[in-house]
Design a protein around this ligand. Structure first.
Ligand code: GTP
Ligand code: MG
Length: 205
């Protein structure tokens, strides 16, 4: 059998936005969720992967994505755009509602094969990201790290930041998770993430 190394998404479509897990589409296809701080570049990354600039709404205004947004790629796998965390202007009750929705979805969605945690490659590890990853680890939920906006750094700065990130994370985790270097602006990391998704799709039962 011939194995294809990478693949492109031919057609991605919006499916629905849900307020809670029980409103999500039937869990009958492999699913990947994208999460991270507000404005980190989730929607832009999804659009790069889906090969469609207009699929997920991107914005300059943090906190744009509020619901669990399902998209389907080539009728085979779900892409999920989740609302960002750490948006300063959010009230306590909104934050609690967010936590309830996200934690329920992440811990109970049966077809969720990997959670991509996006972090801004320009920043030092942020407490809120570390706490979130620790929660994922404790909950035994599979996740990968996606460094975003790498076009805004020189190659050497990027290397330094990634090394530093590893160092900090290894104080909490035994192994550094799988990670991806990306730029939605320059289309970097697309092939790597899609190959990984393809690999996981093959094991979906
Ligand atoms: P929320 O849904 O509000 O949480 O934001 P988000 O994480 O979906 O971020 P979004 O994709 O909307 O991007 C936020 C801003 O960052 C936009 O102005 C994007 O154009 C910009 N951006 C996203 N990815 C990249 C990238 O790879 N490089 C550069 N230079 N800018 C990017
Ligand atoms: Mg968004």
């Amino acid at each position: 059998m011939q194995t294809q190394l990478s693949f492109d998404v031919v057609e991605a479509k919006f499916v629905k936005s849900s307020k809670a897990l029980d409103q999500c589409p039937a869990a009958n296809k492999p699913e990947y969720a994208f999460i991270g701080r507000s404005n980190v570049g989730k929607s832009s990354l999804i659009n790069m992967l889906a090969n469609n600039k207009n699929l997920a709404k991107t914005s300059q205004t943090p906190g744009k994505t509020q619901l669990i947004n399902h998209f389907i790629a080539d009728d085979k796998w779900f892409i999920v755009d989740l609302p960002g965390y750490g948006f300063a202007k959010v009230s306590k009750s909104d934050r609690e509602a967010w936590e309830q929705m996200i934690y329920e979805y992440l811990s109970q969605r049966e077809n969720l094969l990997c959670i991509f945690v996006l972090v801004d490659s320009r920043l030092e590890p942020q407490k809120i990201d570390l706490e979130f990853m620790l929660w994922l680890g404790e909950s035994q939920l599979p996740f990968s790290i996606v460094f975003t906006k790498t076009d805004k750094l020189s190659a050497s700065q990027l290397k330094t930041n990634v090394e530093n990130y590893k160092k900090v994370l290894l104080e909490y985790f035994e192994e550094f998770p799988r990670f991806f270097i990306t730029s939605s602006e320059k289309k970097v990391g697309n092939t790597e993430i899609l190959s990984f998704i393809k690999e996981l799709n093959q094991n979906f039962k």
